[in-house]
Design a binder for this molecule. Structure first.
Ligand code: ZN
Length: 237
């Protein structure tokens, strides 16, 4: 391979390497993952909150039911005494009657309370299923992203390594002078070689004088653009 072709190839690989490094930097800077983790924490909080509220409600229902059971027994006892004739004192009977009425009122209140608690708990249960689903979906999305990120990152790092090896190989085949020239030009101009199109240097877009054009036909000679100083690469079509 001629020195010019080596230089051209070096530039292609240099650019590929820069692109790969940029891509790796971009995926490492990706904000998407952070957003997903914040959302997961919010949903996790929602799950805990609904779970706790549901448990508290279930405890309240349990307590209400126990109390209802207790006062139902008490009512039975009062009613038994009221109607079996064991109490004859009018004052005491009036008192017991009032007690029975109060217990009935309290049971109605407790029944209503339990019913509304049960409705609320059922609603919470449904909401809980939904948030748990959301949580699982998000977790899966994060895991997928993480795997994708890992595999892309590994792949990019491998390609970067490969490109660096190729670049070193090409550099070692260049003459010392050209190698130095290449890296000096790269540092100052970015692009070292400029292709020639329609008689113009595509680095600076100036028309190339005829004497340089004729030099370009001699492929072995390294020719510079006398305007921008880049190495001219001429491919005869
Ligand atoms: Zn030029």
């Amino acid at each position: 391979m001629s020195q010019l072709k080596l230089l051209w190839s070096l530039q292609q690989h240099d650019r590929r390497l820069a692109q790969l490094i940029q891509k790796l930097k971009e995926i490492e800077d990706e904000k998407k993952m952070d957003d997903l983790i914040v959302r997961l924490q919010q949903v996790e909080y929602d799950v805990t909150n609904k779970k706790t509220r549901k448990e508290v409600n279930e405890l309240k229902i349990q307590r209400s039911n126990n109390k209802l059971e207790q006062i139902t027994l008490k009512l039975k006892d009062v009613e038994k005494k009221l109607y079996n004739g064991s109490v004859s004192d009018l004052k005491q009977l009036t008192y017991m009657n009032k007690e029975a009425q109060d217990i009935k009122k309290e049971s109605i209140r407790l029944e209503k309370e339990t019913l509304s608690l049960m409705e609320e708990t059922e609603k919470l249960g449904q909401e809980l299923i939904e948030v748990v689903n959301n949580y699982n979906k998000l977790k899966e999305e994060i895991e997928n992203n993480m795997n994708e990120f890992k595999s892309t990152s590994i792949q990019l790092k491998l390609e970067i390594k490969k490109e660096k090896v190729i670049i070193n190989k090409i550099s070692s085949r260049l003459s010392e002078d050209l190698r130095k020239k290449y890296f000096t030009l790269k540092a100052s101009k970015g692009k070292v070689l400029a292709q020639v199109h329609d008689g113009k240097c595509n680095g600076c877009h100036m028309t190339i004088p005829l004497y340089i054009m004729s030099k370009l036909k001699n492929k072995e000679e390294i020719t510079y653009c006398d305007n921008c100083g880049r190495i001219l690469y001429y491919k005869e079509s």
